[in-house]
Design a protein around this ligand. Structure first.
Ligand code: M6R
Length: 617
């Protein structure tokens, strides 16, 4: 969602702000803008609300202009209040032009604040909720407050999670950032004569790898080569930078046409990353040193709740299925936006495991906060270390897939699944639900996982033809059972988000209870049916679809000749132990949606209306 980048230094900030915004654009955006303080000490703002072309158009516009300055703020907007256009793009200015702000989050009480400001004679230029902040900060500066005090004052009047950056002509060397709650992070860094602030660590990497994460209810000032952090009462906070492990090259497309194709291809390495230092293939053992629970605590667990949103929820569903089947602890996965509001019964014997690649998803963070306040032990499975989720959870299991830029999650899902499988094994062994010989067998099979996934990736050929075929349908059904259900749901989600084809994921056993009414020649069905205990049931489901004139694409185990007799098309994946089958069947689901998106001329890296990091609920 919205992204922030701010610069205070000795070079012209304008091209640097554009570059900074390019680093955060992957979060998802539809508008872009910058404000700089020029050599006369005036604020100059340029912005564009041209959907996906906004940043390119802004870059061209600033390139053709004389705009320059040493201090500035930039923003990529993902519209919530007010349509996508230039006026609604950030930054927003106070009426006298002395303050400019950019904002992530939602001002929940903006109507009330706007009415009050309008009554006092303020003229609004946009339909956004965020513009109230520009006027509140502008008023507070006009009353003699410093920019820092003014930003704190404005934030104290609003309801909702917020991250703000602001500049003022009264303090032209300074950028102030403030964070309340979870509306996306703020991270700062400096080198000799430059200081930078952004919503994403990656935007800071051209300047420094030593970064400081700003916590909720903190305010930060950056000025040429200087960073100062305060609490909202004005006390100085002394915080040492940490060295980030993220690297800039990993976030480049290389020779791939899209980030998504690169990230799909990187999955064997992502799995290796998730197992590094945890699975010992020579001894057949597995440890997760990051887990802070004692063995006694793990033994006394009576329930595991996994939570997340979207693709991360599907990884969580896979996690629940392997945790329950291996460790015999009742486990289920629940959508965080439901978990956070339904006042679930939680306590010291319920382990909550959040799955979130970004560590910033608003609903997931809220569910985690709820679990923390209910006293449940909690872990998080994530990619982006340093994100807010790591600070809420008791322990963090990094998935180490490398930063994912494509909006569609692919390698982070497979790395989350790998991490959750390892968690399941550790819980099961600690609780003596499996013994060391069984662990050895699982670890040995996991050692094959990267190469199995690599060979599953080799099926690209068949996928192209099938994608042509699927692109002709307006409705698709995805079916699975057991550990294949989350994979079917993920296949449907990917097809919706990338190809914009209506796709439903269903438990195959549910068909007779309503779904069958949809079957016919105008809907194709994708069935995940590797050879396992539920295989025969899946064959019956395929026959039911065929009997009603439906076309079936089956994802099946290599060498399965039977399925060819019932399905219209078969995509084969490598044979492997049942525990690993979801890793195999996931690959064709990803490739089918990627290829179908291309057939239909969609941009798989930036699907419409979606954001990579969903920082508002
Ligand atoms: O950053 P998170 O993993 O918490 O994101 C949750 C969802 O927004 C995300 O998984 C989304 O569904 C995928 N990017 C879709 O491909």
């Amino acid at each position: 969602m919205c992204g922030i980048f701010a610069y205070a230094g000795t070079k012209n900030a304008v091209p640097l702000l554009i570059e900074g915004l390019r680093s955060v654009e992957y979060r998802g955006y539809d508008s872009a803008g910058i404000s700089v303080i020029d050599s006369y000490g005036e604020i100059q703002t340029m912005k564009r609300g041209d959907h996906k072309s906004s940043l390119e158009n802004l870059a061209n516009a600033v390139g053709d202009s004389l705009l320059s300055g040493l201090v500035g703020i930039g923003h990529t907007r993902w519209a919530t209040h007010g349509e996508v256009n230039q006026q609604n793009s950030h930054p927003h200015s106070s009426n006298n032009g002395s303050v400019s702000i950019a904002h992530n989050g939602i001002v929940e009480n903006f109507i009330e604040l706007k009415d009050r400001l309008v009554d006092s004679g303020i003229e609004f230029q946009s339909e956004t909720d965020s513009e109230v902040l520009a006027h509140l900060v502008g008023n507070a500066v006009a009353s003699g407050n410093s920019l820092r005090e003014a930003v704190i004052n404005a934030a104290s009047q609003i309801k909702g999670n917020t991250a703000i950056v602001a500049v003022s002509t009264a303090e032209p060397d300074l950028v102030v950032g403030l964070r309340v709650g979870n509306a996306g992070g703020i991270v700062v860094g400096k080198n000799d004569d430059v200081a930078v602030m952004a919503s994403d660590t990656i935007a800071l990497l051209p300047y420094t790898s030593e970064v400081i994460y700003i916590e909720p209810n903190e305010v930060v000032e950056i000025e040429k080569g200087d960073v100062r952090i305060f609490d909202l009462a004005g006390s100085v906070i002394d915080r040492e930078p940490i060295v980030t492990s993220q690297n800039f090259e990993a976030a480049q497309k290389g020779n791939h046409p899209h980030f998504m194709s690169k990230e799909i291809a990187e999955q064997p390495e992502a799995i290796q990353g998730a197992m590094r230092g945890r699975a010992d293939f020579s001894n057949g053992t597995l440890t997760l040193p990051e887990i802070s629970l004692t063995s006694e605590q793990m033994r006394s667990l009576d329930r595991v709740i996994l939570t997340g949103m979207g693709t991360s929820l599907h990884a969580a569903m896979f996690g629940a299925s392997v945790i329950e089947s291996l460790s015999r602890i009742p486990a289920y996965a629940e959508n965080s936006s439901e978990l956070r509001y339904r006042n679930p019964v939680l306590g010291p014997n319920t382990l909550v495991v959040a799955v979130t690649q970004s560590g910033e998803t608003a609903d997931t963070l809220a569910a985690m906060e709820h679990a923390r306040s209910a006293g449940a032990p909690q872990g998080v499975v994530l990619e982006l270390e340093g994100s807010q989720a790591t600070r809420i959870a008791e322990f963090t299991l990094p998935i180490r897939a490398g930063q994912e830029i494509g909006v569609a999650s692919t390698k982070t899902m497979i790395a989350s699944m790998t991490t959750l499988l390892q968690l399941a094994v550790v819980l099961a062994e600690t609780r003596e639900a499996i013994d060391s010989d069984q662990v050895k067998v699982i670890v040995e099979s996991m050692s094959e996982l990267p190469s199995l996934v690599a060979s599953a990736l080799g099926i690209n050929g068949q996928i192209s033809e099938l994608s042509e075929r699927l692109s002709k349908f307006e409705d698709l059904l995805y079916l699975g059972r057991g550990a294949q259900l989350p994979i079917a749901l993920e296949g449907a989600l990917k097809m919706k988000e990338l190809a914009y084809i209506h796709a439903e994921g269903y438990p195959a056993g549910e068909m007779k209870h309503g779904v069958n009414a949809l079957l016919g020649s105008d809907m194709a069905t994708v069935v995940s049916a590797p050879q396992n205990d539920l295989y025969e049931k899946m064959l019956s489901n395929i026959s039911e679809v065929k009997a009603r004139g439906g076309e079936v694409v089956a994802i099946a185990t290599e060498g399965d000749e039977t399925i060819k007799r019932v399905a219209d098309h078969v995509i084969y994946v490598p044979e492997c132990p049942e525990l690993l089958q979801p890793f195999m069947t996931l690959i064709p689901m990803q490739l089918l949606s990627y290829r179908t998106a291309l057939v239909l001329g969609r941009d798989p890296d930036k699907p419409r209306n979606l954001a990579k990091t969903v920082t508002v609920e």
